[in-house]
Design a protein around this ligand. Structure first.
Ligand SMILES: [Zn+2]
Length: 393
């Protein structure tokens, strides 16, 4: 039976090794794989590293390193565990694997760049366990969500399910704009609120519900009318906007401001038994004005009047919006950028339609000049004058 030294010598015959200087030259091209234990990793790591403790290597590597031909540089603390790990990876079919001589210890001693990874608390690891199990999310993705900021327009039918799921998922900052008061007639679909909150400000009720679900979430409330005078300030610093408004004036205003700020908007709308969801990613896809250059005349604009809506429908559409927002935050999959998803609840069908960017769009087209404008009750846009007043005042 070979002893440890002999086994290591044998293993090293089957692998390639490079020193930290050669490894550093491949930063950005090769995948750095850290096979130390969690407590070692938490003390410091090479930036951009994939972390799989040696004991989990065989079971996790296929999920975390899908491309077996991409160069991999394995490191541990001193270069021994990484040698064995490199041999294992080679046996698993990885074609370009090297072990880093001297490990993280030598890397650090030679003054090369390293960082302390942001780590989740034990409570957070438990709370977000089902996220962490997904290799596409993992601890890194959860950290990203916790550092993310999503603004919700409206704490109503669409905003309610969206807010509940974004808070549960651990989106660290959720802003909510709404100036309404909870009314009993809201409770048929606005599941953020309840009987005890009737008469309360909607933003306050929303904050109570969300904080009770997840104390990690910082809920920022805007109990104001969303208008041309404050839209740019409110949007400032948010990563994604989830639009749960029900009227054209606000949608146009949001569209133009989000283009200026280059913040993607997850748009949702509902009417009777139908819902629509899409993503407007500024200058990477169509905007709301590409889809609808002019508001429809008031008599054809149901959202300007009170319209009926089946109770569960906003739950489905708002949940889809929350999911699209999380995908955008994590860079996961294909968003609904350039596609409009239409849901018909009566026939239980989902259809997607292509939406193209209009080169002559008045907001995102080549020669467009964005004016942050106020709109009147008839859904007709009019510009704000230089002094801030409206020509219709
Ligand atoms: Zn456009």
């Amino acid at each position: 039976m070979p002893g440890f030294r002999e086994l290591l010598t044998q293993t090293k015959k089957h692998i390639r090794e490079i020193d930290p200087a050669a490894a550093e030259a491949q930063l950005g091209d090769a995948t750095f794989l850290d096979v130390r234990e969690l407590d070692e990793y938490e003390q410091g790591m090479i930036p951009g590293t994939v972390f799989i403790p040696r004991g989990h290597l065989e079971s996790q590597v296929e999920n975390k390193l899908a491309d077996r031909t991409k160069p991999v540089i394995v490191y541990c603390a001193g270069g021994t565990r990484s040698a064995f790990a490199a041999k294992t990876l080679t046996d698993l079919g990885y074609t370009d694997v090297v072990s880093m001589i001297g490990g993280f210890g030598r890397w650090k001693n030679e003054g090369r760049a390293w960082i302390t990874p942001a780590v989740l608390s034990p409570e957070q690891r438990n709370r977000y366990h089902r996220h962490i199990l997904l290799p596409e999310v993992g601890e890194e993705g959860q950290q990203k969500l916790l550092a993310s900021r999503v603004l919700l327009l409206g704490a109503g039918g669409l905003g309610s399910p969206a807010a509940l799921y974004l808070a549960a998922a651990g989106v660290g900052t959720i802003g909510i704009v709404d100036m309404d008061i909870v009314d009993a007639s809201n409770l048929q679909r606005q599941i953020l609120h309840n009987m005890e909150r009737i008469g309360e400000r909607k933003v306050d009720s929303a904050k109570k519900t969300l904080t009770a679900i997840n104390p990690d979430v910082d809920v920022v409330t805007y109990d104001v009318r969303f208008g041309a005078d404050n839209v740019l300030d409110i949007l400032d610093g948010y990563d994604v906007v989830v639009d749960g408004t029900d009227n054209f004036p606000t949608r146009y205003l949001l569209n133009d401001a989000s283009l200026l700020k280059r913040i993607p908007v997850v748009h949702g709308s509902i009417f009777r038994f139908e819902g629509q969801v899409t993503v407007f990613d500024p200058y990477n896809g169509p905007c709301y004005r590409c889809l609808l250059p002019e508001p429809p005349p008031p008599e054809l604009a149901p959202s300007c009047a009170e319209a009926g809506v089946l109770g569960v429908l906003p739950g489905i559409v708002g949940s889809l919006q929350a999911l699209e927002a999380i995908k955008l935050l994590l860079g996961l999959g294909d968003s609904l950028n350039g596609r409009l998803l239409a849901y018909d609840a009566l026939e239980t069908s989902f259809r997607t339609f292509k939406v193209r960017r209009d080169p002559n769009c008045p907001a995102c087209g080549e020669n467009a000049q964005i004016v942050i404008a106020e709109y009147d009750d008839m859904c007709l846009p009019h510009a704000v004058l230089a002094d801030g007043s409206s020509p219709h005042d």
